[in-house]
Design a protein around this ligand. Structure first.
Ligand code: GAL
Length: 671
């Protein structure tokens, strides 16, 4: 079942950009709640996510509902002009339910159930959990329907964040039913997975189990188990959404994704069409010196999943998280840089986890908009400043990210396939190559759409296929058609190796793209971290090489020594429509990749968003009427960008050049 929907017509929950965060007032006294409302008004908060973990508040005992708390909170927020993103509380199983039904706990690969407590303590396939969950959702939706504060529904929380893979008997039955549905006959399963290997052939569906224990399972089976697990969680989302749509047809429905580099626990790109607004939780990793670029990658992926339209940053951190080994705060001004970077890449919101830092509980040391120190703190000052700055950006609401000439193909299934089964190198790193390429473009102020592998490609000048290990025939055709129509394609090593069943495409690597690229790979030869190879044009390869032959491609760079001396490493085949198909059979080191990126950008006629000094991120959002250039100086030295217009944040007019203090942000309304 999927709802007919048109995201373009979905009303955004707030009039301007949404600003706020997860609000958990059940943890606080009335006095603190009243202070919260005053501080929210001071900061300009206009949206809060409420009730994410409030099941036991709504239903303190089996079947006994009490909505007085939520009624009070909805009224109070409404009186204060704050809109509500109301959660269904299904991420937080009440203890009474655990006691009554211990069988709903998910089981790990060794059959151990999770302990009660924590969150997401439910098996995605459990009909018992589903029954209780839908009952509370129905009661809540019926009760609050029509309340004017409710602007958005937030189904559960981070689906799969802890319960994504279950091996209990119910999940096993569900897996078998899912397979029957997909393959119809057991022969089709055996053939898709190649079960003849090691004599693992099944005689009936009853023999199939979830891939559990320490056994080395079949790669096809492992991949289908990932797909099944994502679908099992999606059933829960759909069941809840159906109830919400019945009671409140006009309120948009979403759930918060956890989109980073991928692969993710569920297949977000295939879930996205089920969302009225696509929403993301994004947390940077403090010690990552390039965290700004990882943030940009995730924003570019979110936009790819929302058809280029606005998406919602549902959560990020005001400062440090508490779940990394060492949790470092953000540097001076970084809170604002991260917030504006999300908006630059298409978010129409800046939301945090959470409003007020908790005193107790697992996340008692996680940062928040109001820290333990309270109002009188650098953090809250930064939040107030950010809230004020965002009000100057309301005119950006109706724009989308513009001037995107490059697409990177991304597919969660390719990432899952890569980690399912043994590989020439068993250090799965699906998005490493994508990230390295993205970084090279990021540094050159070239915006990239990171899109699901199946979206239309017309309109782009360059399509990069970065480590897309799994490629269906359809994807291969789609990419080839783009190149034959005059586009430039770059395929990187270990792409297009297996089909949708995780089965090798034989006849020469990379099977799915062999003809397009005009090459034939015969053997892989991965490198150890200490090894590298030199190419005859001065480039250097790390991590990966292969024994490659050109069929009808030009050799751009060949190995200059070693076992592969003289063999092609980088090739280019001119396509009939004036396009080009490049193959990189080695993983280029950073200087070589920089050189390659500069060359491909020039050859494909790609124009950067702006000319900027090193360390300045530039992204443009525009509509038919107006155009805004977001400039974020991540460097700790003064920077600049060539642009003209008025800075929405300061009102300053700039002619020709915008000077940017170290760490500064500007949003230029361009003439
Ligand atoms: C998110 C989650 C929040 C909170 C936050 C802390 O993943 O949705 O509830 O746990 O992380 O970073």
């Amino acid at each position: 079942m999927s709802l007919p929907h048109d995201r373009a017509r979905t009303a955004w929950p707030t009039e301007g950009l949404s600003f706020g965060g997860d609000y958990n007032p059940e943890q606080w006294s009335r006095e603190v709640v009243l202070e919260d409302l005053a501080l929210m008004r001071e900061a300009g908060v206009n949206l809060v996510t409420l009730g994410v973990f409030s099941w036991v508040v709504h239903e303190p005992r089996d079947g006994e509902f009490d909505f007085s708390w939520i009624d009070g909170m909805l009224d109070l927020l409404h009186e204060n002009g704050i809109r509500v993103d109301l959660a269904t509380p299904t991420a937080a199983v009440p203890m009474w339910l655990h006691l009554a039904h211990p069988e709903i706990l998910p089981q790990d690969a060794f059959g151990h159930p999770l302990a009660p407590g924590g969150r997401l303590g439910w098996c995605p396939s459990s009909p018992v959990f589903r029954g209780y969950a839908l009952r509370v959702v129905e009661a809540l939706a019926e009760h609050v329907a029509g309340h004017p504060a409710i602007a958005l529904w937030h189904v559960g929380n981070e689906f799969g964040g802890g319960n994504a893979r279950c091996h209990c008997p119910v999940s096993n039955d569900h897996f078998r039913a899912w397979l029957r549905d997909r393959y119809t006959s057991i022969d089709a399963v055996n053939s898709a997975w190649g079960m003849a290997f090691w004599g693992n052939t099944y005689s009936s569906f009853d023999e199939i189990t979830t891939p559990s224990g320490a056994t080395a399972h079949n790669p096809g089976q492992l991949l289908d188990y990932e797909r099944f697990s994502s679908d099992a969680l999606l059933e829960q989302y759909r069941a809840e959404r159906e109830i919400l749509k019945r009671w409140t047809p006009d309120v948009p429905v979403t759930t918060n994704f956890m989109v980073g580099l991928g692969p993710d626990v569920v297949d977000y790109a295939r879930w996205a069409p089920e969302m009225d607004i696509v929403a993301n939780d994004h947390y940077t990793y403090g010690p990552d010196p390039l965290r700004r670029q990882e943030l940009a990658f995730s924003g570019d992926r979110m936009r790819g999943m929302s058809d280029g339209g606005p998406w919602m940053l549902m959560e990020h951190a005001a400062g440090a998280a508490s779940w990394h080994p060492i949790n470092q705060p953000k540097g001076p001004g970084e809170l604002a840089r991260h917030a504006f970077a999300h908006v630059a890449r298409g978010s129409n919101s800046v939301m945090f986890f959470q409003w007020r830092a908790s005193r107790s509980g697992t996340e008692q040391f996680h940062s928040a908009m109001v820290p333990h120190a309270g109002r009188d703190s650098r953090m809250f000052e930064d939040i107030v400043r950010l809230g004020a700055d965002l009000t100057h950006l309301d005119e950006v609401m109706d724009t989308v990210v513009a001037d995107v000439q490059v697409a990177f193909l991304h597919d969660n299934e390719a990432g899952w396939a890569l980690k399912s089964g043994l590989k020439p190198t068993n250090q799965p790193s699906y998005a490493d190559t994508a990230r390295a390429f993205h970084n090279a473009f990021f540094d050159r102020a070239v915006t990239v759409d990171v899109v699901p592998a199946w979206v239309p490609l017309d309109g782009y000048k360059l399509v990069v296929v970065p480590g897309l290990f799994l490629a269906s025939e359809e994807t291969a055709r789609h990419v080839a058609a783009f190149a034959e129509a005059g586009g430039t394609v770059v395929v990187t090593w270990f792409s297009g190796i297996v089909d949708e069943h995780n089965t090798v495409i034989t006849g020469g690597y990379p099977g799915a793209f062999r003809e397009l690229l005009g090459v034939r790979g015969e053997e892989f030869s991965p490198l150890t971290p200490e090894q590298s190879v030199d190419l005859d044009n001065g480039w250097r390869g790390v991590r990966w090489t292969e024994l490659l032959r050109s069929v009808d491609a030009d050799v751009v760079a060949a190995h200059s020594g070693g076992a592969l001396a003289g063999r092609p490493a980088v090739t280019r085949r001119a396509t009939t429509g004036g396009g080009a198909a490049w193959y990189l059979s080695v993983d280029l080191d950073r200087p070589s990749l920089d050189d390659f990126a500069a060359r491909i950008i020039a050859q494909a006629g790609i124009v950067p968003v702006a000319t900027v000094s090193p360390g300045v991120e530039a992204v443009r959002r525009a509509s038919a009427e107006s155009s805004y250039l977001f400039l974020i100086n991540h460097a700790d030295t003064e920077g600049w960008a060539d642009a003209s217009g008025t800075d929405l944040l300061t009102g300053a007019a700039h002619e020709g050049r915008v000077a940017l203090r170290a760490g500064a942000v500007a949003v230029i309304r361009e003439r």
